[in-house]
Design a protein around this ligand. Structure first.
Ligand code: NAD
Length: 408
């Protein structure tokens, strides 16, 4: 059996000789060139991931101020550290139901006591000139409420995925932000991650000819009872939590929208974790160009997070593709090779994109409409599983019908 080549560690000589030859020489992303310029000598420790945003870090007084709503695992483990390596964003507010936690995190992260809010007095954030963007990091069914309140307070909104738990609530969020003339971005970190962006170019520039088939999975085990296992708070269980990476990334790679979905679900009858949501879901998507996709997501499997595109003359993808660290690209055959790209801080990348949109008056690459389309597909997955029939989706002939301008 042939082995698939994984492209990981950076080697400057390899990088230059390989990329100078391949199809990628013409399309080298700025982030790759930047990394080549700043690469550590071979043998030294890997550099701390930083933002892949272009340009020098902005001085603090020119940065965009963000308030975080919800101080759970994502905020504490990923977002607070991301502000430290961001080039354009700064943390200026915290919103929490737990005053002691908020006070401690404010002190540790240089946020003033006056910029701490709870869920009740949150609307007073309107008067805080240091906060321009509210980043909603709450359980899914609370996203619309805080997005609408932020918009009414005149703040731009960066909202975690999945956008909400129903099409109606997604639409309400879009309408509220439009009415208040504030920006709404859904935090799809993969679409701002340079290796995944290189994969998108390989698909779109037909590095191995046209893609015919894509498979993707995102599984992990949820051991303890938590809001992700509640239908009311999560809306869609594993599909919206982890399966959305397969849906959203395939749409991002192709630029196309699925025209049909077919799904099956499994819920172990005696497992108390899966009384309200499914354990494992498989689904297929069919695209107008003829591309077919097979996907799986689960809250009850070993960690698996990958995708693989099969084209006319080769196969390529990422394994793993969706974790916070350690992403790896692969391709077979090895000519043309994928570029070598440094790991970046995925959350700093998206903070910097949102900040850039605010500074330069741009539309986010992943606006609310992008989140609403994923919700439409999620609902089609459940309808298909319920009816055991394929579900037809609205057709969009234009490529990237919901995305804003390509990030710089
Ligand atoms: P978490 O459970 O660790 O934190 C949730 C926070 O919300 C906690 O601070 C909790 O106190 C607060 N909260 C307020 N009301 C609550 C209620 N009724 N029930 C439960 N918690 C309540 O969750 P998390 O992992 O930080 O996820 C938050 C959001 O971020 C979700 O929308 C999730 O999908 C998203 N997320 C995104 C990524 C990513 O990679 N982009 C990763 C993890 C989570």
């Amino acid at each position: 059996m042939e082995t698939i080549t994984f492209f990981t560690g950076f080697n400057r000589r390899n990088f230059i000789s390989r990329t100078a030859r391949g199809i990628f020489a013409a399309t080298l992303a700025p982030e790759i060139v930047r990394f080549a310029a700043s690469a550590e000598p071979m043998g030294s420790p890997a550099p701390t991931p930083t933002s892949a945003a272009q340009g020098e870090p902005l001085p603090q007084d020119q940065r965009v101020g963000f308030a975080l709503v919800g101080l759970g695992r994502l905020t504490q483990g990923q977002l607070l550290p991301a502000f430290r390596v961001s080039k354009r964003a700064k943390l200026t507010g915290l919103v929490s139901g737990d005053p002691a936690k908020a006070q401690k995190l404010a002190q540790e992260n240089g946020v003033s006591t006056e910029s701490i809010y709870d869920y009740k007095n949150f609307d007073r954030i309107r008067d805080n000139q240091d906060v321009q963007v509210v980043y909603v990091v709450l359980p899914n069914s609370m996203h619309a409420d805080f997005t609408e309140r932020s918009a009414r307070a005149g703040k731009h909104v960066l909202c975690e995925k999945p956008m909400e738990v129903s099409l109606m609530k997604c639409q309400q969020m879009i309408d509220a932000c439009r009415k208040a003339k504030v920006k709404l971005m859904i935090a799809y970190r993969i679409q701002y991650e340079p290796m995944n962006r290189a994969m998108q170019r390989m698909v779109r520039e037909k590095a191995f000819g046209p893609v015919k088939y894509i498979e993707s999975d995102n599984g992990q085990r949820v051991e303890k009872m938590e809001w992700r296992l509640s239908k009311a708070l999560s809306g869609s269980g594993a599909v919206g939590d982890v399966g959305i990476y397969c849906i959203n990334t395939i749409r991002f790679l192709l630029g196309e929208e699925p025209m049909e979905v077919f799904a099956r679900t499994f819920r172990p009858p005696s497992d108390p974790r899966f009384k309200e949501v499914d354990a494992t879901i498989i689904w297929q998507m069919r695209f107008a160009s003829g591309v077919l996709a097979n996907c799986m997501c689960s809250f009850d499997t070993y960690d698996t997070k990958s995708y693989r595109a099969v084209a006319e003359r080769g196969t390529f993808g990422m394994n793993p593709s969706f974790p916070y660290h350690g992403l790896k690209m692969f391709a077979k055959p090895e000519q043309p090779p994928p570029p070598q790209i440094a790991e970046s801080d995925q959350f700093a990348n998206e903070l910097d994109h949102m900040a850039d949109c605010v500074i330069n008056g741009r539309q986010p690459y992943t606006p609310g409409e992008e989140g609403l389309q994923d919700q439409r597909i999620i609902e089609a997955i459940f309808e298909s599983a319920r009816t055991t029939r394929a579900v037809t989706l609205p057709r969009f002939d234009k490529l990237d019908p919901f995305r804003g301008p390509i990030p710089e």
